[in-house]
Write a protein that binds this ligand. Structure first.
Ligand code: UD1
Length: 398
């Protein structure tokens, strides 16, 4: 009997949205007879509410490797991740690196792997906002140009990659791992009756998430958005679980007085409430009960589409057009008049009705692992460092 050794697969997670995406991938890889996962946490997000809570609630195994890099400027953060990740790659010699999403950790680890000629699988490939002022867009474009496997969540992903010269064979339309996690945990939220801060208040409310540099790093823009929320809050209380960047900037710009702190009653004179960042399950429970969600996050546009909840996106563009074409999302930018107009449409019963996009069925991670197993089973089926273009640079592994 020939006993094959499992191929070591580094799975990279760095920031909050990554944790949600790696959870189902880790679970499926654990079951694989051919592939052996090694979870690498870069430490880009390190606060308990931004990191540990997610590991606990999503039952993600403790990281095998923790690079502990923390926050810094883009260049310094990326460089720190690269230096620490290269050391681990050389020591442990994985045969494949799986990266998810579009954060600095995604880019940094892809660069290291590609230079060591180890193939990279990019989960959530091909999304494009066509706005290079977003750091995430730069991360997406570079990651996709170097990856050997491109797993896409929606048809636009394939179209964008083909336009950029990526080989069709490297592109796999598999669905959405973030939705795998959502579908699985929705059952838990229902059956375990997970509570959120507004539980049992018996009221309609709107949920807001805000953290994009374009919205919160500039005082005038941030204040304008708060103005819109104040206007909306005359009709419906508004709750903002704040990302650390958002709270820090609210303090720095002297905007904290425009928020109330939640003390269990929505009768405060100011009904825009700031909350602590929430863990995955309470946030899901809160989002599920919301009348509408206003957000500048990427993933939340997808989660609301799956849940059928009206989503108002506070950005000029979306890299997830399926949430607009098929789902409940409207993209309005950060202008006060447009934000308030979209919220009034929802309150007046004119919210968009959406459908769940194709293959968002909770089985994306399974499809990803099957595709990887198949590629590794084929002799020479994996081209290392060819960027999905078919150009072969050699077969050496470190
Ligand atoms: C990162 C991602 C963004 C993602 C977001 C989700 C990049 C370029 N951006 O943005 O795509 O949508 O995560 O949350 O990778 N901070 C803490 N505690 C933490 C983490 C961060 O206090 O655990 C503070 C730091 O002071 C830091 C700031 O938040 O300066 C921003 O963190 P950073 O990881 O640089 O980017 P995010 O804005 O979180």
């Amino acid at each position: 009997m020939i006993v094959r050794r499992r191929i070591k697969v580094f799975v990279v997670a760095g920031a909050r949205p990554n944790f949600v995406k790696v959870a189902p991938i880790m679970r499926e890889l654990e079951k694989s007879a051919a592939l052996k996962p090694v979870l690498v946490h870069t430490g880009q997000h390190y606060d308990a509410e931004m990191s540990r809570l997610f590991f606990d609630q999503l039952a993600i195994p403790a990281p095998d490797v923790d690079l502990g890099v923390g926050s810094a400027s883009h260049a310094v953060q990326t460089a720190h991740i690269m230096t620490a990740f290269e050391r681990e790659m050389l020591a442990r010699k994985p045969g494949l690196v799986v990266v998810v999403g579009d954060v600095n950790s995604t880019l940094a680890c892809t660069l290291v792997a590609a230079k060591l000629l180890v193939p990279v699988a990019h989960v959530e490939a091909g999304l494009r906002s066509f706005d290079r002022t977003m750091p995430e867009e730069i991360n997406r474009v570079v990651t996709d140009s170097l990856a050997s496997f491109h797993f896409v969540t929606e048809p636009s992903g394939r179209e964008n990659l083909i336009r950029e010269g990526i080989r069709g064979e490297s592109i796999h339309f598999v669905g959405n791992v973030m939705i795998d996690t959502l579908a699985q945990n929705l059952k838990r939220v229902r059956s375990e009756k997970v509570r959120h801060p507004l539980e049992g208040m018996g009221m309609d409310y709107a949920v807001v998430t805000l953290h994009r540099p374009t919205n919160v790093d500039d005082r005038e823009t941030f204040a304008g958005i708060i103005g819109a929320l104040e206007e909306i809050s005359r009709n419906i209380p508004v709750f903002l679980p704040a990302h650390p960047r958002t709270e820090k900037n609210a303090r720095r710009f002297g905007l904290m007085k425009r928020f109330s702190l939640w003390r269990g009653s929505a009768s405060a004179s100011h009904r825009v409430f700031m909350l602590e960042p929430l863990g995955y399950l309470p946030f899901l429970a809160m989002m599920r009960g919301a009348r509408m969600v206003l957000t500048d996050s990427g993933g939340i546009q997808e989660e609301t589409t799956f849940l059928g909840i009206p989503c108002i996106t506070l950005r000029e563009t979306t890299e997830r057009p399926v949430t607009v074409e098929v789902g409940t999302n409207v993209v309005v930018g950060s202008e006060r008049r447009k934000i308030v107009g979209a919220a009034m449409d929802v309150l007046d019963g004119r919210a968009k009705k959406g459908r769940v996009p194709e293959l968002w069925d909770g089985k994306a991670a399974r499809r990803i692992v099957e595709a990887l197993e198949k590629a590794f089973a084929r002799e020479g089926g994996v081209r290392r460092g060819d960027g999905g273009t078919g150009r072969r640079r050699g077969d050496a592994v470190p």
